[in-house]
Design a protein around this ligand. Structure first.
Ligand code: NAD
Length: 526
């Protein structure tokens, strides 16, 4: 394992207490609430404090958001889209302080923090371009063209609630909000208590870009308190987090008959075929598994490799894993940062210990690295994993991957699909047509051919989300925008239709005239 000098190598802007206090002042809670300290997994330093909000704070935030939303909904979609385009520019312009905040709050290496910047900018641009087209009222075919005309409208839901996790503090807190906002909604958001400042800074930039003050309300605090109050009051809920929490939120929100979209956990599989070019497959597999320190819902935790090439693949994959640079610099020098918390470190440590105890072979890694920082863990590869080991089925959500040899592609597909999850999967192959045929058999919301996850996620124009226990609903694409609206059909009956009815006052005559009309309208879909 190559280890870089982990002392900061550049002098960068660092959010000190004054700056974080300024950001915390944007949180919508009553004065005098208890405070929670936010500590950096990167440096171990205190980053700042945020208030512990209550259900009353959420109620007040909802009321204010509703008040501002009424005006925002009356603004043209084009004008709303312009705000997103200005935000796109501001994100790129202010990337250094956003990168610092993301790294400080989450610990991730800078290159993966930049992945968030990139994603945020292209998402803002994508929805700014799509919204005016997708939200425009559309004429719809009626049963009796000429007699009835109809238009479909997209009406904002009202106030969208967002509950987000800590692993992508910018993308998962703000991207869904961009779609909800451009559709004419207000947003009340509870970012994760470990990573609130990135979200607050991003919403500050959105205001700078022209978003009305008060349209986005941020309330920090525990999920069971603040999250629960948002679930009880929002007109639509977007949740990203674990399957366990997603299930509990689903049962809470179901009774209210409001829409709910959830992006949940995964145990994502990769299939490597015998004809894969290992010079390309190995780096793809390494980034697919260890990007963001493996704390990525769509990253790969299981690799199925054709038995004919498995020994070579495993050797080369282990060498490439060992070449990854661990470090906590706020510069583009490390590949892998620390894990985000003690809970995360404990989970991977337990999965590795359990697997090794039960006979798994540790190919590389396997140890925590307290010499580098409190939550560092080596990227780890295991083989000879059996179904009685916890990591066989459970999501680790860390830099731990198991490699399994397979005898036939059918067996690999069967094994890959043998999971309660269905978020993302990957096929690394030589013949991409054959790879696409394998992809069609995999039961996950995205499948990447010759990539781990980035191509599927980055296809912003297509829906992204989970099958089975990995979620419900989709983000990205039209689905990710229109879910924040109610479809409303306005049908207008013409004067000619009225005349027709008047002329056929007797029901028998009306039936005869109507039958004739239907026969004449042969061009209509049946
Ligand atoms: P989590 O479910 O514990 O927490 C996510 C958010 O929900 C946090 O803000 C938390 O405070 C809040 N929350 C917790 N309990 C709640 C409750 N009862 N009511 C309302 N809100 C509540 O998840 P986590 O550990 O923070 O994140 C890791 C998990 O998220 C992993 O399973 C990962 O796969 C998943 N994830 C999924 C995606 C995706 O897009 N599918 C993306 C990132 C993370």
């Amino acid at each position: 394992m190559t280890v870089t000098d982990h002392r900061p190598t550049t002098t960068t802007w660092r959010p000190g207490p004054v700056e974080t206090a300024r950001l915390a002042a944007r949180i919508h809670v009553a004065d005098g609430r208890e405070l929670k300290t936010v500590t950096s997994p990167l440096t171990g330093e205190e980053i700042g404090e945020v208030p512990i909000g209550t259900a009353e704070d959420v109620a007040a935030a909802m009321a204010e958001a509703r008040r501002v939303q009424a005006r925002w909904a009356a603004t043209s979609v084009k004008d709303r889209a312009k705000v997103l385009l200005r935000y796109h520019d501001l994100v790129l312009e202010h990337q250094d302080d956003l990168l610092d905040l993301i790294q400080l709050e989450n610990g991730k290496a800078r290159v993966w923090a930049f992945e968030e910047i990139m994603d945020q900018a292209v998402t803002a641009r994508y929805y700014a371009r799509l919204a005016p087209r997708a939200l425009k009222p559309h004429r719809r075919l009626t049963a009796l063209p000429g007699l009835v005309s109809a238009t479909e409208h997209h009406v904002p839901k009202g106030v969208v609630g967002i509950i987000s996790p800590w692993n992508y503090p910018l993308v998962l807190a703000v991207s869904d909000a961009l779609a909800a906002l451009v559709a004419g909604n207000a947003v009340v958001i509870k970012p994760d208590s470990q990573t609130p400042f990135t979200a607050i800074r991003a919403f500050e930039l959105l205001e700078q870009a022209g978003l009305p003050k008060g349209l986005v309300q941020i309330v920090t605090g525990p999920g069971t308190q603040v999250g629960s109050a948002i679930i009880d009051a929002a007109d639509y809920l977007m949740f990203t987090g674990s399957t366990e929490t997603g299930r509990s939120i689903g049962s809470q929100i179901g009774g209210r008959l409001v829409g709910y979209s959830a992006e949940l956990g995964g145990k994502n599989a990769m299939i490597v075929t015998a004809d894969a070019d290992l010079d390309r497959a190995v780096p793809s597999a390494v980034s697919g598994c260890f990007a963001n320190t493996g704390q990525l819902c769509i990253s790969i935790e299981r690799i199925y490799v054709d038995a004919a090439i498995e020994p070579t693949f495993t050797k080369r994959f282990a060498e490439a894993t060992e070449a990854l640079r661990l470090g906590n610099e706020q510069a583009y020098t490390a590949d892998v940062g620390p894990m985000a918390s003690k809970a995360q470190l404990d989970k991977i440590t337990a999965h590795v210990a359990d697997a090794v105890d039960k006979g798994a072979r540790l190919v590389t890694g396997g140890k925590a690295r307290p010499d580098l920082g409190p939550f560092f863990h080596e990227p780890t590869v295991v083989t000879e994993v059996t179904p009685d080991m916890a990591l066989y089925r459970e999501e680790t959500f860390g830099p731990l991957v198991a490699i399994y040899p397979y005898a036939s592609v059918d067996e690999a597909v069967r094994e890959a699909n043998d999971t309660e999850y269905g978020l993302n999967s990957s096929v690394l192959c030589g013949d991409v047509k054959a790879g696409a045929r394998i992809a069609e058999q995999l039961m996950s919301g995205t499948v990447n051919v010759n990539d781990g996850y980035a191509s599927g996620w980055g296809t912003l124009d297509a829906p992204m989300g989970g099958m089975k226990a990995s979620g419900m609903g989709r983000r990205h694409g039209r689905d990710g925008l229109l879910k924040y609206t109610e479809s409303q059909t306005i049908a207008v009956r013409s004067a000619a239709a009225q005349k027709l009815q008047d002329a056929t006052a007797d029901p028998e005559g009306f039936a005869a005239r109507f039958t004739k009309l239907l026969k004449a309208a042969k061009h209509l879909p049946r």
